[in-house]
Write a protein that binds this ligand. Structure first.
Ligand SMILES: Nc1ncnc2c1ncn2[C@@H]1O[C@H](COP(=O)(O)OP(=O)(O)O)[C@@H](O)[C@H]1O
Ligand SMILES: [Mg+2]
Length: 224
């Protein structure tokens, strides 16, 4: 059967593993094997309140738009489409969270490639917006970086607020990269990167101050 034939009724027939259970506003992530393709279904439907499901629909639309812009970019999963309004179908990346591997399994060139991917995202007009959560950065079988989870992504020019926030979110992405470097390979941090980590612009501080309570509130509303 082709990927287009996958639907909520037959999903369990092709599911091989629940990678991450859903909880509160968090989607369930399942591995799916279909016709020789390894896929991931990121699903906001099961076990959610009405608000959680509505929020899920909104987040699916956001993430879908970002993945469509990033099509073909190295280090980002391929987006296959949606299962329905609540779930995305993505390429399964044979990779693990970079924070869960031994630091010596991360080769020196990893951070150069990671910087290249982040730069490419920004060139396509996408700021990830959630890279400081380091579990959105994976390391694949060739020890190369993978970036996923574009639910907080902002597309430059999509609305006046996005125009205002884009550069702050790009900075936030770099902060995530340097933060990871500080954890895994502090000897690779340049003096400029250290300095960048030590300072925070007023705009960024204000943005974070508003974002965190907002996220907590949303999580509370999304819980059954
Ligand atoms: N395409 C994928 N390939 C491999 N693993 C994935 C993929 N998408 C998600 N995962 C796994 O599921 C976890 C949660 O996915 P993520 O998209 O970050 O969800 P959330 O928005 O809830 O943070 C990731 O940290 C990763 O371990
Ligand atoms: Mg995530």
């Amino acid at each position: 059967m082709s990927i287009q034939g996958l639907n909520r009724q037959n999903l369990s027939d092709y599911t091989t593993e629940v990678v991450r259970a859903g909880r509160d506003a968090r989607p369930e992530v399942k591995s799916v094997s279909l016709d020789g393709s390894d896929l991931v279904v990121k699903d906001y439907r099961s076990g959610k309140s009405l608000f959680g499901r509505l929020l899920g629909r909104f987040l699916v639309l956001r993430e879908k738009a970002a993945y469509e812009c990033l099509d073909g970019l190295r280090g980002v999963p391929h987006y296959y489409g949606t299962l329905d309004a609540y779930a995305l179908i993505l390429q399964h990346m044979p990779a693990q969270r970079v924070t869960e591997v031994a630091p010596d399994a991360v080769p020196p060139g990893f951070f150069e490639l990671l910087a290249e991917i982040v730069d490419n995202l920004h060139r396509r007009g996408i700021a990830h917006g959630d890279l400081h959560k380091l579990d959105n950065i994976l390391i694949d079988e060739n020890a190369e970086p993978v970036i996923l989870d574009f639910t907080s992504a902002i597309m430059t020019g999509s609305n006046p607020l996005a125009v205002l926030l884009f550069s702050a979110l790009c900075e936030d992405d770099w902060r995530g990269v340097y933060k990871l470097k500080r954890e895994i390979a502090p000897e690779q941090l340049t003096a400029q990167e250290r300095e960048f980590l030590a300072r925070r612009s007023l705009g960024e501080r204000l943005f974070r101050r508003v974002r965190e309570p907002f996220r907590t509130l949303i999580k509370r509303w999304a819980t059954d």
